[in-house]
Write a protein that binds this ligand. Sequence first.
Ligand SMILES: Cc1cc2nc3c(=O)[nH]c(=O)nc-3n(C[C@H](O)[C@H](O)[C@H](O)COP(=O)(O)OP(=O)(O)OC[C@H]3O[C@@H](n4cnc5c(N)ncnc54)[C@H](O)[C@@H]3O)c2cc1C
Length: 410
Amino acid sequence: MTGDARLDVDLAVVGAGPAGLAAATAGARLGLTTVVFDEGMQPGGRLPGQVHHGDGRRWHSGRDDAERLTAAAGEAGVGIVTGTTVWGLEPAWDLFLDGAADGPRFCGARVVVLATGATEVPAPLPGWTLPGVMTPGGLQTMVNVHGVVPGGRALVAGLGPLGLEVAQVLSATGVDVVGVHAAWSGALGALPTPGGSLHELAHTVGRAAPTWLARWGSAIARRRALSTLAARLAPCRIAGVELRLDEVALELRGGDRVESAVIAPISGDGTPRRDAAREVDVDVVCLGAGLQPLIELTGSTGCGLIDVLGLSGPVPLHGDRQQTTVPGLYVAGGATGVEGSAVCERQGTVAGLAAAAYLRTPGATASAVAVARDELERARRAAPVRFDRHVIEGRREMQRRWEGACPTTM
Ligand SMILES: Cc1cc2nc3c(=O)[nH]c(=O)nc-3n(C[C@H](O)[C@H](O)[C@H](O)COP(=O)(O)OP(=O)(O)OC[C@H]3O[C@@H](n4cnc5c(N)ncnc54)[C@H](O)[C@@H]3O)c2cc1C
């Protein structure tokens, strides 16, 4: 879809990740002229970087999902414009574009779905800017997309689901992963107590982790003394990678690249014991403090934003049809709270159908939206990994806030 400086469609979608592609496909299947813009060079969003070892037995490649969703969008007649950033958005609706010299500069749309995804939160340890220190997303791209093994001996600092996933991928490619530790956030964040980390993991990666963690992790974690002991003694390995809940990464050292990491044991309240610190040689460090929704474009429309526990940061206030406080503006995927790709895809379908219903498109019935919403809820409950353990309550709270603020649906 190139040639004209201006493009006019019924439905414009920003972001060609699982949420955006599913939203566009749902709209186009009902006959809407639909376009998706993405600043990346290929559709799929974060999917091609994702290689899961979800059930502990076989690997699942996000690249296959990206190809499936892109093919479905193409068959439905969606125009996919890659290498194009949407840098501005004005209600009812003008999209301002920056892309290829012969690509469109403006897009007029009757309804818009924003599916811009999430972004990484950095963990600023001393030494975090050394070459060889990368975020989990950077390493996923390097290893899973470009097939480059970044070094021979790695430390993963950051105990969330992403760190664990990268640790498994590095280990499978032959990198010696010396351990997965919490990253010391100093005055910036809560102390990573062994019991707290255990509790967190039981609720986030519990179903993809050893049975003892899923079954007893949160019960143990409620008793501080027991959890500290359990975190020290338990054989906590996921797919061969050792989790050290009783230690924290304090500092990264090196000259013109990372050469070592300083690791210290922590006491039951999370205070590092610097006198007992040790230094381990590494040439790669995966360092991250999680993910947060990417909401700048949504915020620029004047749409209401709120911060609800469980959704990983401020997100647009939205209802269960993915509608926002601005008529004709819908949101889906990581931009509404960080969840796995299967959930984001189903949210996209709900948003695409609801956007079509907003335009009174034949076939975009309330029952079609309700069926898609049920599928979304099923995917959410079945997710093997949660990026935030409070996400289910967070979604409920969002709906309550929506009903309080906007009792009629749009
Ligand atoms: C670094 C990282 C790693 C992740 N790894 C995993 C994982 O391993 N497993 C897992 O289940 N989940 C992972 N996630 C969670 C992820 O958010 C979901 O899995 C899923 O990919 C989100 O789908 P989405 O469609 O909402 O967003 P994304 O897949 O992130 O797609 C959003 C797209 O929007 C585009 N975009 C954003 N802003 C603009 C703009 N202004 N103009 C044009 N294009 C724009 C981006 O280029 C991107 O392609 C990860 C997230 C991140 C950020």
